[in-house]
Design a protein around this ligand. Structure first.
Ligand code: MG
Length: 386
């Protein structure tokens, strides 16, 4: 295989560092063309030196001088700001863009990559939640593909390789249930950020870990699956599978269900996207079925986790509703991480923002950016009055 030239948007975060770990194991297969960070300058510098990155972007412009200085003796070019990132992903030197930024901020550079016809390995689900119809249309127009990195969607993608053109009856999206699966509702109500950050199975960034605790993450994944696989939300079923061994399943008309299994480790879906259609070793643990003993299933508890229902409502409503839900949730989660609001304030804020939305049926990119700003402002104002 010709060396794949990779750009990693958000290389210092959880997905970014694990992407570089896979690349570290297969240096002969990849060139690191571009890495970027929001503000983790020290790690970005270390990564640039280790992987001999051609370009680095530090989005926080105040940190540019320090990064520039540290890489002065290397061949790495240093840039600042998100506009530079959007320009650089279009470069002819880039084959694949790994979208590993957190939240809505990943949308612009991901769109820029798709417009330039790049293959996008997408971990940043908020991009599809906020603007799924625009993002997938852009992908089709520029005849490129989005390869899922989210473990459930990577699983579905792998299961669909068995479809052979047959229509999918149902997608079964598995959920761990998060750290509060067995807590009573009254106890969850008093949970702090530190409790929610203790995910039982997956090691992930703070934002997605809180979203897992509220099950907003699973709701967003329903929306993500709707766009990635062009399937009606009514055909997407969420099932809790607390061991996180089955990463998701696809059911066909004859009742046959194809599942993808593995030890929970993000390097597996990352590796699959990076080297698709080839498979490479990624250093993860392998399954020992006898030791595992059993895999269990449960219905998600909608009463304890109302965010899941909100996601179905938003995607059924369509237009800018999912964008609004995402914007509200980003603000609510940031406040919860600072222990400024309670756990159930998150779904409350999300629902209030969704209900009071200035609805746009077929949003343009401008509408999406406006919705994001307006709803974030509304969520902040709700928080200030709580
Ligand atoms: Mg996931």
């Amino acid at each position: 295989m010709k060396k794949r030239r990779i750009a990693i948007l958000g290389s210092t975060g959880s997905i970014g560092t694990q992407t570089l770990d896979v690349i570290r194991r297969h240096r002969d297969m990849f060139e690191v063309e571009l890495i970027s960070a929001r503000s983790s300058a020290d790690l970005l510098i270390a990564q640039a030196l280790e992987f001999d990155a051609a370009n680095v972007v530090i989005c926080d412009e105040r940190k540019y001088p320090a990064v520039k200085e540290a890489l002065a003796d290397s061949d790495t070019k240093v840039w600042a700001g998100i506009d530079s990132l959007c320009d650089l992903v279009r470069s002819a030197e880039v084959d694949m863009v790994v979208g590993a930024m957190v939240g809505f901020s990943g949308l612009r550079p991901t769109l820029a990559a798709l417009e330039a016809g790049k293959i996008v390995a997408l971990a940043n689900k908020e991009t599809l939640v906020a603007a799924g119809s625009i993002v997938t249309r852009t992908m089709r127009e520029h005849k490129t593909v989005i390869l899922p990195v989210d473990s459930e969607h990577s699983a579905i993608f792998q299961c669909l390789l068995a479809a052979q053109g047959n229509e999918v009856e149902k997608i079964h999206l598995t959920a761990s249930g998060g750290p509060f699966r067995e807590w009573e509702r009254s106890r969850i109500a008093g949970a702090k950020a530190a409790d929610a950050l203790k995910h039982p199975n997956w090691s992930m960034g703070a934002k997605v870990t809180i979203d897992s605790a509220t099950m907003m993450n699973k709701g967003f994944e329903v929306i993500e699956a709707r766009w990635l696989f062009d399937i009606a939300p009514s055909r997407i079923n969420v099932v809790v599978q607390p061991e996180s061994i089955i990463h998701s399943m696809v059911e066909f008309v004859d009742g046959a269900v194809i599942a993808q299994l593995g030890h929970p480790d993000m390097r597996e879906p990352i590796g699959f996207a990076l080297t698709f259609p080839q498979r490479v070793s990624v250093g993860n643990r392998k399954l020992d079925f006898a030791q595992l003993g059993k895999i269990t299933f449960q219905e998600p508890d909608q009463r304890k986790f109302p965010c899941l229902r909100l996601a179905y409502e938003a995607i059924e409503k369509g237009g800018n509703a999912p964008c609004a839900l995402n914007a509200a949730n980003e603000v609510a989660v940031a406040a919860f991480l600072k222990d400024a609001i309670s756990f159930y304030d998150i779904p409350k804020i999300n629902e209030m923002c969704l209900d009071g939305l200035d609805f746009v049926e077929e949003p343009t990119m401008e509408d999406i950016f406006e919705t994001n700003v307006a709803v974030a402002r509304k969520a902040s104002s709700i928080i200030s009055k709580l």
